[in-house]
Design a protein around this ligand. Structure first.
Ligand code: SF4
Length: 124
């Protein structure tokens, strides 16, 4: 049952994403995925709670219509994993002076020994 809901969640997300800025009403969405509006409502509620879709009221032909849109940060299995191991070595990320350090300030990258040492270490 849970995997059924998950596959419907993915399908519904895809349909909403396909509609882009146009959005889609729940009735239209229910028809396109073959669910009752009651079943769809439950899944839509879960997707809104997961923040992958949003419900917005828009004006169409002078009428207010509630439509579903993909949340700006949503994606379908498009997660990107980035290895931050090399970035973590940059001395600034563990520096107590990071929030005081700025170009033109007393503490700055141009005169920082730790940063210079690290760069020189990298270039060998
Ligand atoms: S440049 Fe130097 S002082 Fe500035 S944040 Fe990086 S390590 Fe700290």
């Amino acid at each position: 049952m849970e995997s059924n809901i998950s596959s419907y969640e993915n399908l519904i997300q895809e349909k909403i994403l396909e509609k882009g800025n146009e959005g889609i009403s729940q009735q239209e969405l229910a028809k396109s995925v073959g669910l009752s509006t009651r079943e769809l409502s439950m899944i839509v509620k879960r997707l809104i709670e997961k923040k992958v879709i949003v419900k917005r009221t828009v004006k169409e032909n002078g009428k207010s219509v509630v439509k579903l849109f993909a949340a700006k940060s949503s994606s379908i299995n498009n997660d990107i994993y980035i290895n931050l191991d090399t970035v973590k070595e940059i001395p600034c990320f563990s520096c107590k002076l990071l929030y005081k350090c700025n170009n033109g300030a007393h503490v700055n990258p141009g005169s920082c020994g730790k940063l210079s040492e690290w760069i020189l270490y990298l270039v060998g």
